[in-house]
Structures are given as C-alpha cells and as structure tokens.
Design a protein around this ligand. Structure first.
Ligand SMILES: Cc1ncc(COP(=O)(O)O)c(C=O)c1O
Length: 348
C-alpha cells in the first residue's frame, strides 16, 4: 500500500554528491568552487537589516535582476531568479512537459534530468551525445522541452553556440541550455536568447561565484517566456539573504574574473598531470574533468581515495562506470589528490 503516485513510487530520487564531515577532507565531488565567495558577499549578508528578514522578500528578486541585467547587458525583465539552477529545471519541466509532452536531452548528462522527468510523469527521450547525427535526432525527437547541458556535465564538452542556434530554429518546442558551468568556458549562448524566442539559458551562482550554500540561480530568456515561467515558480522562491548575497557576487566582476582564471589555469595543470599518470582525460570547459582509468577500475580508485579522505564523484551509470569526475581544487588540494592517485595506481 502506498500513498504516492505510481511515477513517484517508482522514482529512486536524485542522489546528491556525498557531503563528508571533518576538517582534513579534500572534497572534489560536487563541483564547488575551491575559493571563497567575494568578501562583498559576506559584507552584504552581515549588513542585512533585521527588517528585511521580518518581511517577505522581493517576489522577483528585483535587486538581483537589475545587477545581473547590467552585468550581462540584457534588460532586467529577461531574468528569472530561482532557488538554484535546479529550480529552473524543475520549473521548465512543470511548465512544458506532461505525459503527452516529452523532454529530450543528449546523454550522458546531468543525472537530475531523468529524475525530474519521472516525477513529472513525462517521457524522457535520451539521445547519445556521440551520435554524429545528434542535432538531427534532437530536432526530430519531438521534445516539448529539449535540454542541452553546455558545457556538458560530466564530460566538460562544449557545443558551439551557432550549432545550438541552428537547433533552436528547427525545434517546435523550447530549448533550455543548461549553462551552470559557463563561467569556465570560452563563450556562451547569451547572444542566442536575443534572436530565438524559444531559448532559455540556465545560470548558477553555485560554481563560478562560490555560492553553492546560498542556493541561487537564474534563467535568461525573452520577456514573454519569463512571464510564463513566473506563473509556475513559488511566490517567494528566493529568500532575502540569498538575493543580497547573489547581487553582491554578480556585481564584483573583478573578484569573479580572478577566481575563474585561477580555476582554469589549475584545470590545465591537473589535466596534464592526470594524463602523466596514465589516465585518459578529455579537455574540459568546466570546473571539473572526467578521467578514465584503463588499468584500475574507476570504482576501486574512488574507494581508495575516499579511504584517504579525498572525495571525487563516481557514477554507476552506463558509459560512466570506468570514469571519475574530479572537481578542480586549489593547487594544494590537487597535489594531494595526485600524490594519492600515484600511490593507488602503482600499488595495483
Ligand atoms: C549541469 C548542472 N546544471 C544545474 C545545476 C544546478 O546548480 P545549482 O542548483 O546549484 O545552481 C548543477 C549542479 O551541480 C549542474 O551540474
């Protein structure tokens, strides 16, 4: 006997990355930024008047919309504030999909998409990222919503904006481009939004702005699209403290640039060092790399690292069983990872 709808009962639920306790831990498993948020964020939180907590927050996150609009050079009514990028995914699935209106996406990708589809009871059309005809397949799949994660997680691969622009023009439905990791990539699909009324961009403050603990993301789309999405969101989906923090973060462009530059430089170094250890590592445009082990099973490496208090992400999913996703840490953290990997790979 269950009280839950069949589709809910049958859904395993999304499994978030492990959050280890303790201090001597190297956490490279959930793509957090290794650097702290801008000092201006902490100032903004400290200076928040009690009155702002007593009252409900701005329903649309006006301060953030203005600041993000200035930073990205789009009008503020093109911005939808959300409780993390994840909430935008959930809003879009609820707005566009049901049992007769499928979601389509290339795989492997962010493992939350199929979970949201199951909860919404809509068909999920999964196409292979490696299919040379991927864009024809996506165009013909008939998704009411098509999601392309760009750069993709967990592969780090970037699709060019003009390819996605061509796709958006062939689709009958909406194209949601998940740009959670775009801060670490060369180029974004922002110009597409201006030309294509069916494109929504997802952005996250968790990665490039070091605010995973705050829960703040946003969507960018033409105002008509934003109007529709606003009907689906909770009335007060972003809280007063998060609005202040995210606003301060997006205004501090110099700090953001410095952090992102450090992560990208370290990504180049880590990729080269992992390759020297015999791992296969694809070039990444994100703040993580996907490393394939040819000699030792990836799951065994993952476990041996965890025994040493070093956490990377292992997905027991088709196409990913022989790989580990490693978030870019500080040079010190990555050196400890490399030392341990060297020991593990030579001992086996
Ligand atoms: C591909 C992708 N999209 C969206 C998100 C959502 O990020 P957040 O809800 O922290 O903004 C994540 C988080 O890990 C992600 O990996």
């Amino acid at each position: 006997m269950t009280y839950f709808l069949d589709n809910v009962e049958r859904t395993a639920g999304y499994e978030p990355g492990f959050q280890p306790g303790g201090t001597d831990v190297i956490k490279l498993n959930t793509n957090e930024n290794p650097y702290p948020p801008s000092p201006k964020v902490l100032e903004a939180i400290r200076d928040l008047p009690a009155e702002r907590l007593r009252k409900y927050p701005q329903p649309l996150g006006d301060s953030f919309r203005t600041a993000a609009g200035e930073a990205l050079r789009v009008p503020s009514d093109w911005i939808l504030c959300t409780n993390g990028g994840d909430e935008l995914l959930s809003i879009c699935i609820r707005a566009f999909c049901d049992i007769h209106h499928p979601v389509a996406y290339p795989n492997p990708t962010y493992s939350l998409y199929p979970v949201l589809a199951r909860l919404q009871n809509c068909p999920a059309l999964e196409l292979s990222f490696d299919d040379p005809k991927l864009f024809d397949q996506l165009a013909e799949a008939g998704g009411a919503l098509t999601i392309v994660c760009n750069p993709n997680a967990p592969t780090g691969r970037l699709i060019k904006a003009d390819q996605l622009g061509a796709l958006s023009r062939r689709l009958k439905g909406v194209l949601l481009i998940d740009e959670a990791y775009v801060d670490f990539a060369e180029g974004s699909c922002l110009p597409l939004v201006k030309d294509c009324g069916n494109v929504i961009l997802l952005r996250s403050m968790s990665k490039g702005y070091s605010l995973a603990g705050i829960r703040f993301g946003f969507g960018i789309a033409q105002p008509q699209m934003i109007e529709g999405l606003l009907k689906v969101k909770d009335s007060y989906n972003v809280d007063a403290m998060a609005i202040e923090a995210a606003t301060a973060a997006i205004r501090d462009r110099d700090y953001h640039r410095v952090c992102v530059t450090k992560v990208k430089a370290e990504r180049t170094r880590l990729t080269a060092e992992l390759r020297k250890l015999g791992l296969e590592v694809a070039d990444s445009e994100s703040n993580f790399v996907l490393a394939r082990s040819l000699k030792v099973p990836a799951k065994d490496i993952y476990r041996s690292l965890a025994d040493r208090n070093i956490f990377v992400r292992y997905f027991a999913l088709p196409g990913l069983e022989d790989k580990m996703r490693i978030s870019i840490g500080t040079p010190e953290q990555d050196n400890r990872l490399l030392e341990s990997l060297r020991a593990i790979l030579t001992a086996k």
